[in-house]
Design a protein around this ligand. Sequence first.
Ligand SMILES: Cc1ncc(COP(=O)(O)O)c(C=O)c1O
Length: 424
Amino acid sequence: MQDFRRLLSQTDPAVFDALLGEEKRQREGVELIPSENYTYPEVLAVLGSVFTNKYSEGYPGRRYYGGQTYTDRIESLARERACALFRAEHANVQPLSGSPMNQAVYFACLKPGDTVLGMELSHGGHLTHGAPVSHMGKIFTFVRYKTRTDRQGAIDFDELSRVAKETRPKMILCGYSSYPRDYDYRAFKAVADDVGALTMADVAHIGGLVAADVMRNPLDGGFDFVTTTTHKSLRGPRGGMILCRAAHARIIDASVFPGLQGGPHMNNVAAAAVTFKKAAEPEFKAYARQVLANARTLAAVFLGEQVSLVTGGTDNHLLVMDTAASFAMDGKRAEEVLDRIGITTNKQVIPDDPRPPLRPSGIRLGTPACTTRGMREPEMEALAGWIVAALRHADDDARLARLAEQVKALCSRFPVPGLAPAPV
Ligand SMILES: Cc1ncc(COP(=O)(O)O)c(C=O)c1O
């Protein structure tokens, strides 16, 4: 690793300088974006390995190129480990990321114009769930269900069932980017069975929490397809995967390759295999439990300070704070203020947000990354207090500077895995 760094510094000082800057940013700041994490040093090593040199179109034992002894071995390992981890009968580990994994499922099961019933985007769904600006939103017809803001974000199953009967969707989709609660998958499945729809859960955000069995597994609830990214709470390389029953294996594999993609990124597949091995270990279960405990602690401090949280709290790793209601400040400004004290969050629409997406009413915060650094309840209490102080005194430069020092001092006690401590 050290040789690579010296070489890079000589070959391309501009890129090396950006790398040093990003390392410093990650080391000295607190990452609260819920979709981010710090991966394992072993994963970083495998990502930067010679597996990146190899073309492997096809699947183990059925490739379009020679020289696949080791790539076949790692892809088979990744698939077996993924199936064991999620109690799936089949896993496709080739999707290059979360967006293509979802597209591959849609194209495997739907024809252009078919109807999909998915979560309203401002209530927590993702762009790939048929946002009008996405290609998927143009190819398929997406209809929506919502959460009950008056019932701590519970899904409105009466409404969902009514819309399903009215629109007869081919697929019912659940999954989220900004929904702070868990799902009752059996209730979705019951509605889907009623109207003869397939079921798909996109657990991109909570993949690690499902793998660790601290959140429900849609496959246990009878779902047909589960998609997840490998880089969020699973803590692995950037990538996506599709889990399903053996009966759907053929259509899913054909949809990923040759339907949607060419050669898989075998360095990612190898790194995913390492990630799945780690996720099956008891330490990962403890990590996942702490992710939830840390999110609950943040929520408790915010609620104690009368800060408004969407759905009134959290059952998972993320929180959505209504900064407009709590601090008379839109989410863009809140994100910028917190950036100034070294805490990274992201602006976020809230259910039925009257404001535009680039200046929405809230921010989203989550605990996977800071928990990987070893932060626990006392650090969450401190962080939540500093966040409230910064947002209440956003125009007080001296106060923000003091808070930034406190954040930096906290970070110095919690090294980022895979990053050397700051040079002294
Ligand atoms: C629920 C959900 N699905 C899919 C994706 C897309 O993943 P990617 O950004 O890797 O394409 C995301 C990304 O944030 C997500 O939150």
